[in-house]
Design a protein around this ligand. Structure first.
Ligand code: NAP
Ligand code: ZN
Length: 376
């Protein structure tokens, strides 16, 4: 079932709290970080918060910058992202700012909660999901019915904990604020639960005034992230690109795509493209990226063939170029055979440099097809 890309966003105190217990919302970060959050909001199709956050903070969840809203409209998107909230009880204040600012609103609730929400006359599309609230059904509904491809989740803790423990989060953007709350009954960012993620992968750190932004990718326990539907999609595209290479009896035909963690394609290429008789696909694709692009460390290189470990035609093999670009994840369809280089071990070079290599053998036939004449 397709889901949107789910980006969790939160600010937290040094002792792990989202807020204090006072009546006013605790300000954890400053103007520069609020502006960054505004930018992230402008980049998504929908923003979700729990009912507890609406009750506690009465947030508006707008894109505040006129320029960012204008850019959304110019790109054919609604001026404001869809606002989404989740409540089991359906018991929400109809006068809350959430309902009366910005664009469209949806409330996901239980069958029972829907009755109450409708009786309260909440200014939103009320969607009951059955006797209990099932996050997978909610995400599928957002994707299929509301067309949401990127979802930003702005808390609170109960929501973040469920999405992370159920393995449904694609990214966590955490801002650490240099202060303590110190009250044990204040809301925590993450509660107890059976977390599905192993050790998270750190994608980026950024200093913003006196807070630090950390971007993490949750990973499956053990071997790192499991291949996703997106991995199959991009590797299939790399195999299609391999098919477009000018034929050669002395080199493999390979396709490669560089994709950022949020699913944005950064570059694509195939072997011997643009009249360069020795160009490799991964090398040509990386050459089209900006070496200063902060998305490269979180990006994945999809290559129809394992990146090369040694080559005569250029000083650096593709495995080295990938590491030098900062990329730490490679998805490929098959390991390089001994046709041109004995015991080529691009995966070994990549792993030695701290990159993860995932082989998806389902794509091996497609990746080999343009190279049949080289394989005996
Ligand atoms: N620092 C930050 O970045 C940040 C961001 C957001 C929020 N906050 C803080 O976090 C606090 C609120 O967090 P919170 O954890 O108490 O509340 P929350 O996560 O915002 O919302 C919890 C509510 O959502 C509904 N809900 C969640 N999961 C559900 C499920 N599986 N089935 C049915 N309903 C479900 C329930 O609503 P019903 O009770 O209606 O059934 C539940 O009470 C506030 O103090 C706020 O200031 C901080
Ligand atoms: Zn190569």
């Amino acid at each position: 079932m397709p889901h949107p890309y789910v980006l969790l966003s939160a600010a937290v105190s040094l002792d792990g709290y989202l807020d204090d217990t006072g009546p006013e919302r605790l300000l954890l970060s400053g103007p520069a970080d609020f502006d960054r959050v505004d930018e992230v909001r402008a980049s998504v199709d929908a923003i979700l918060v729990g009912a507890g956050t609406i009750r506690a903070d009465n947030p508006r969840l707008l894109v505040n910058s006129d320029e960012r809203r204008a850019a959304r409209t110019a790109a054919g998107k609604p001026e404001y992202p869809l606002k989404v909230t989740v409540s089991g009880s359906g018991d929400l204040d109809p006068a809350a700012q959430f309902w009366h600012t910005g664009g469209e609103k949806v409330l996901y609730t239980t069958d029972e909660g829907a009755g109450r929400a409708r009786a309260l006359g909440l200014a939103a599309d009320v969607v009951p999901l059955g006797p209990d609230l099932d996050w997978r059904r909610l995400l599928t509904h957002l994707h299929d019915v509301r067309g949401v491809r990127r979802l930003m989740v702005e808390g609170g803790g109960l929501i973040h904990t469920q999405l992370l423990t159920q393995g449904l989060a694609d990214e966590l953007q955490l801002v650490l604020a240099p202060l303590f709350v110190g009250t044990p009954d204040a809301p925590r960012l993450f509660g107890p639960g059976g977390y599905q993620s192993g050790r998270l992968r750190l994608l980026e750190t950024r200093r913003i005034e006196d807070v630090v932004l950390m971007r993490y990718e949750p990973t499956a326990p053990g071997a790192g992230p499991l291949p996703t539907a997106a991995d199959h999609h991009w590797l299939a595209l790399a195999c299609e690109l391999a098919d477009r290479c000018p034929p050669s009896d002395t080199a493999f035909s390979v396709g490669a795509v560089v994709v950022a963690a949020d699913g944005t394609e950064l570059a694509r290429a195939h072997s011997r493209e643009a009249g360069d008789p020795v160009a490799h696909a991964e090398e040509a694709a990386l050459a089209k990226t900006d070496p200063a692009d902060p998305r490269l460390p979180g990006a994945t290189v999809y290559s129809s063939l394992e990146p090369c470990a040694r080559r005569a035609s250029r000083p650096a093999p593709c495995a080295r170029l990938i590491l030098d670009a900062g990329v730490r994840r490679v998805v490929t369809a098959w390991r390089e055979p001994d046709t041109f280089v004995a015991a080529a071990d691009g995966s070994g070079v990549l792993a030695g440099g701290g990159a993860q290599v995932v082989v998806l053998p389902e794509h091996e036939d497609a990746a080999k097809a343009p190279n049949r004449h080289l394989l005996t």
